[in-house]
Design a protein around this ligand. Structure first.
Ligand code: SF4
Length: 312
């Protein structure tokens, strides 16, 4: 059934002409929010694998990770084309010569036709943007930038250690060189409600980004957020609150944007709360049902809101 939003799988099929999926890679990077350059604590929700919880053993060489994924029983057969997705930590946080070697290593099989690189906005400088532009000139490339929230206050509370203005700078730098960007945002951050999530989405809408990833904030074992949850300082959203909020965000999302994700994905053995977030299909089904019930689709309230603002 056609989704009421522009989903990544359909977008990639249209773009490449074939079924194309991502291969999660741990590129062996670290993060300035953990190595002391910005901070040592990391974002309060970040687990030991730096958001790369579904990547293979990071001690494996990058090409080996790709070959292992492609030769797994479902790996090479679930699609004909693949995007190497550097998911763990800050995957532009190294000198360009190191980045080039690691990205090239992931392009070791002809079926890998592109790169997706997840990073922090403050880890994108001119040299990084120039390098990524070289790849983008002849293959599919996008950079995923961790915004999480439009509020500097929330960002400080979560120890993101990166001003929101860095997001605008990084998007401008990459866009000026023809490199696509995708914004990550989180729903359910401590102290934030539905209006705050909408503010973050409006900030993303106002930038020339090509896609969005909406994450539910979950509490992962052995993180600072886990201590906040255990002490009662943090209460995760309920299933109903989350799904209602995401449906509303989709209705306000700029219509040209590609939706890369609508929920978080924590390994079950690491998840403390909310337990509903382990049931990804149930979460997606409910979001789809809300959209259907309201007759909503991506962007249906985006134009309405803009029209009201113009008239006002
Ligand atoms: S920026 Fe990413 S890798 Fe670094 S601490 Fe935050 S979540 Fe973890």
């Amino acid at each position: 059934m056609e989704k009421p939003y522009r989903d990544l799988a359909t977008y990639l099929k249209e773009k490449t002409g074939e079924k194309t999926v991502k291969l999660c890679i741990d590129g062996g990077f670290t993060c300035p929010n953990r190595d002391g350059s910005r901070s040592t604590g990391g974002c309060l929700f970040c687990g030991a694998r730096g958001a790369g919880d579904f990547t293979l053993d990071p001690s494996l060489a990058i090409a080996e990770q790709v070959h292992t994924r492609l030769s797994a029983p479902l790996g090479g057969r679930r699609a004909s084309r693949f995007i190497a997705y550097f998911q763990s930590f800050s995957s532009t946080y190294a000198p360009p010569v190191v980045l080039r070697a690691r990205y090239d290593a992931a392009l070791c099989d002809a079926r890998v036709i592109g790169l997706a690189v997840a990073t922090r906005p403050d880890c994108v400088d001119e040299a990084v943007a120039d390098l990524l532009a070289e790849y983008a000139a002849h293959m599919t490339v996008w950079v995923e930038l961790g915004l999480q929230t439009a509020s500097d206050e929330t960002a400080a509370r979560m120890n993101l250690a990166c001003p929101r203005s860095e997001f605008s700078r990084a998007v401008a730098l990459l866009t000026s060189r023809g490199v696509d960007t995708v914004a990550h945002m989180m729903v359910g951050l401590p102290g934030e409600g539905r209006e705050d999530a909408l503010s973050t989405l409006r900030m993303i809408n106002a930038h020339p980004v090509c896609g969005v990833k909406i994450h539910s904030l979950y509490v992962m074992r052995d993180t600072p957020l886990a201590a906040m949850w255990q002490s009662g300082e943090y209460e995760p959203l309920t299933f109903a609150e989350y799904t209602e909020t995401v449906a509303l965000l989709l209705a306000h999302l700029r219509p040209d944007m590609v939706v890369h994700r609508l929920t978080g994905d924590c390994p079950k053995h690491e998840l403390l709360a909310p337990l509903w977030s382990a049931e990804k299909n149930k979460v997606l089904d409910r979001i789809h049902a809300i959209l259907r019930e309201r007759g909503w689709r991506q962007g249906c309230l985006y134009h309405q809101e803009r029209g009201c603002r113009i008239l006002a």
